[in-house]
Design a protein around this ligand. Sequence first.
Ligand code: AHG
Ligand code: MN
Ligand code: MN
Length: 336
Amino acid sequence: MPDQQKVVTIERHIIEGERAHPGATGHFSGLLRDLTLAFKVIWREVSKAGLVDILGAAGQTNVSGDDVKKLDVYADEVIYKAMDHGGHLCVMASEENEDVLHIPDQYPTGRYALLYDPLDGSSNIDANVNIGTIFSIYRRISPSGKGRLEDCLQSGYKQVAAGYVIYGSSTMLVYTTGDGVHGFTLDPSIGEFLLSHEDIRIPKRGKIYSANEGNFHRWDENLKKYVQYLHEEDKNTNRPYSQRYIGSMVADVHRTLLYGGIFMYPADKKNPEGKLRLMYECNPMAFIIEQAGGRASNGKQRILDIQPSTLHQHTPLFIGSEEDVALAEEFIQGKR
Ligand code: AHG
Ligand code: MN
Ligand code: MN
């Protein structure tokens, strides 16, 4: 059969990837398979979000008399329940929960830790704008039994896998296990994620910048200079850059991955450590963008090298094309 007719489901991709690594036990493919089921359940609910007026809004009861949950709380529970019993994980952590989430006593524990942002860009839900889910996976470092906080609090360079799902005009899953970045598009008619973007590479330089520029007057002078530089006209360096900002990190980073350029959420006077979270927003995106040939930094240090101290800590983020992020770092460090 000619090769272009080969249909690669995410499951096949994961299993074939694992086969290529001698010593693989299949645990990892089982884990990712369980996760994709959770994503499909979330997608089903997200695609009904416009029906809240008919079915009932969060905090009310729907026509069947069930309580309707906020979508991010719903997504949080879907992922936890899809992942609590497979025997692959020793512990989880999510944006929606202050402390780590333990595996219930009646289920076996496994060798990985999962961190996730169940619904990213949740302020965009009611406007039918793209939202997403982000995940990050580490190998456990505690010896056995129930996992602990230390299994979650590892530097980003130790991630064994990371990915996101973007619920958009089509729904895509993008992930890496340290062997390039691969994108799958959900075919809703068969309920499968099919390989559509193999080995994604981010352009070395782009012509789009993405930031909430409403915060301009809260930024420090070096950062203002950088953004003003992007505004200036200069044919040789393709300036001015275009500005795009969705306000869903998943969607803004996804566009940056495909088109190049830079996405940033800097520190400002109101958020001195930035707004985005290191463990389940910045680290997984940094792993993906680096795997695609890009760069991710807090302005001074590589995101993946940051030693975390708390589960929900914030970090400034500059992420995207290698040359764009390197230039932003030069400005921020006062070298330009
Ligand atoms: P979440 O919906 O998970 O809380 O994340 C929202 C984040 C992120 O998606 C986005 O980049 C950022 O908030 C937008 O912040 P501003 O509204 O301050 O621009
Ligand atoms: Mn988020
Ligand atoms: Mn969220």
